[in-house]
Design a protein. Structure first.
Length: 582
């Protein structure tokens, strides 16, 4: 769907989906899209759908509405447009139908039949598909003519710049990489990149470089006169013997530092100039005599290459900022989703604490031990839920490496079953185990697997709570695949619909209403995958479910963990129907 992403301003990172016929934007809370920018009018503008596109209409705002730095009253938006409202800048992303139009591209192409061209006899020259990368990385070896050699050398710089755009998402690293590329292709002594501050527009140095033989003891002689000219005239300049150039002779910095040559180019992005690239060199009389050339180091070709790199660098900076804005938007959306998912569960837990505390207070006032015991039970249960929730959130959000040790899997399963046996007895549920007698020691993290398996066994008891004959069985066995073991938790509960199987492993999705937080299974799967294993589910609605834990006998986290190649078929307990039949 069409979308607006705020990339600058107080609401940076926020995004708005365009789904209705008309959306208003402004500072007032009554607007569909509200911006807290103080320079935005209460009702500033509106987005109106006309056909497959959206139009942006200014509705008499005090400070105006701008698209791509041009004031507008009513304009049709296109993908990538920058919208400035007050101090805020929003990027418009179009829907697929809108950006591609309604033209059927297949109607514009006629594919000839295989007999139309005798391809073998028509081929004049062939070249392998991998040669493109070699040409760009080794232009001297690949080129057969001076023209191609020179063209490929310049194109190689642009190719590496585009690679930087694709792979470097940290702005500082990106600009340092751009400086590397510049100094490889342009014989400058010093250089720097200055970017406009998004908040106030001031130029700030973001990357600086000296050639090694020059040294970095002294400051770069940056001419404000030249920089201001470049930004004002929107032109890149090559200044040779700058002190004699009448356009710059008022700039005292040129005279004082004796700049002989300088290149300064604007960094023009898609819609605005983000900053400048500034290069200089001091060509002395001795240098000129040594080269027998009355001209300096910089040429028009250097200027052309610099302005091309400047444009590529600006696109890279924009992409990086867009990425950061998207990450921020996703982070805000995730926070909102988390708060929405947890608020109900936390409210119930806090209500339990409040109720338990109130009953305890009544018991203290009345000196009633029965009330005290009842209140403490409620209070303790609620605080236990809060503790489990916090631990689950920490387990899910924190990357950890399991503390692997050789473990008796049967003993671990027996321990977990003993933990929940009291609850099963209260429910009149049949809780039993089937343990393979010849399992070897398994390399795993006992604490982590204990938590994961306890989650699933507890869920199984929840699932059978309403059944007339509740049954849960936990089994260990070798897997069908050599080198693996499995633990199966089988219940005869209500089952899970096939289209919900994968949903249950997503965080904050619970089928237990207020009883669950939706983190237990997500944490359990995460723990198993940290071991190199996984959890899968087989379920039949109305008959029950089987959760299968698969663990490798040779841990990928420990190279010396032994693996038994012996394979024993899984036990006869293959489905919920077998559980009922037994």
């Amino acid at each position: 769907m069409p979308r607006l992403i705020v990339i600058k301003g107080p609401n940076e990172g926020k995004q708005f989906d365009l789904v209705d016929q008309v959306h208003t934007v402004g500072r007032d809370a009554s607007n569909r899209f509200r911006l807290t920018d103080t320079e935005v009018s209460r009702r500033h503008a509106e987005f109106r759908r006309v056909g497959n596109a959206y139009r942006l209409i200014d509705v008499g705002s005090a400070n105006g509405t701008y698209v791509n730095n041009q004031p507008i009253k009513d304009v049709e938006l296109r993908a990538g447009d920058h919208i400035r409202i007050g101090q805020s800048i929003l990027v418009y992303t179009a829907s697929r139908n809108e950006s591609q139009g309604v033209v059927n591209l297949a109607d514009r192409i006629h594919v000839l039949g295989k007999n139309d061209v005798e391809i073998a006899s028509a081929i004049v020259k062939t070249i392998g598909e991998a040669e493109g990368t070699r040409f760009l990385s080794q232009p001297e070896a690949a080129a057969h003519t001076p023209w191609l050699k020179n063209a490929l050398a310049n194109l190689s710089v642009m190719y590496e710049a585009s690679q930087a755009v694709s792979h470097i998402l940290d702005l500082d690293q990106l600009l340092e990489r751009i400086m590397d590329l510049i100094f490889r292709s342009i014989d400058a002594d010093r250089g720097c990149i200055l970017l406009r501050n998004p908040s106030d527009g001031r130029l700030e140095p973001k990357a600086i470089r000296w050639r090694e033989q020059v040294g970095n003891e002294e400051k770069i002689a940056l001419s404000r006169t030249i920089v201001e000219y470049v930004l004002r005239e929107k032109q890149g300049v090559l200044v040779s013997d700058a002190a004699q150039d009448e356009r710059f002779n008022t700039g005292q910095s040129i005279v004082r530092f004796g700049i002989q040559e300088a290149i300064c180019v604007p960094m023009k992005g898609r819609h605005e100039t983000l900053g400048v690239i500034y290069l200089d060199t001091r060509t002395t009389a001795r240098d000129i005599l040594a080269r027998r050339d009355a001209y300096g180091k910089f040429t028009e070709d250097h200027l052309a290459l610099a302005i091309a790199i400047g444009h590529q660098a600006a696109l890279a900076v924009e992409e990086t900022r867009y990425h950061q804005a998207m990450v921020q938007a996703e982070r805000l959306a995730a926070i909102g989703q988390t708060i929405a998912a947890l608020s109900h569960s936390i409210k119930n837990m806090l209500q339990g604490l409040r109720s338990g505390a109130e009953i305890i207070r009544m018991g203290l006032n009345d000196k009633d031990d029965e009330l005290l015991e009842r209140g403490w039970t409620i209070f303790d249960k609620s605080q236990g839920k809060i503790y489990n929730l916090v631990m689950d959130m920490l387990s899910f959000s924190k990357e950890r490496e399991p503390a692997i040790e050789d473990t008796d899997l049967n003993a671990l399963v027996s321990e977990i079953v003993d933990v929940v046996r009291g609850r099963a007895r209260e429910m009149n549920a049949a809780l039993e185990t089937r343990l393979a007698p010849d399992l070897p020691l398994v390399p795993l993290d006992p604490e982590g697997l204990h938590k994961a398996l306890l989650n699933v066994v507890s869920n199984a008891l929840d699932a059978v709570e309403e059944q007339k004959q509740p049954q849960v069985r936990v089994s260990t066995m070798f897997d069908n695949e050599p080198g693996w073991v499995r633990v199966e938790v089988l219940d005869n509960g209500t089952g899970i619909p096939a289209n919900k199987i994968e949903e249950i492993f997503k965080p904050f999705i619970s089928t237990k209403g207020s009883k669950g937080t939706g983190l237990g299974l997500a944490v359990s799967r995460k723990i198993l995958r940290e071991h190199g294993g996984d959890i899968t589910v087989e379920s039949s609605v109305g008959k029950g479910s089987k959760f299968i834990f698969r663990l490798p006998l040779k841990s990928p986290l420990r190279a010396d963990a032994g693996a038994s190649q012996e394979t024993i078929q899984p036990g006869a307990l293959d489905s919920p129907e077998d559980l009922v039949a037994s």
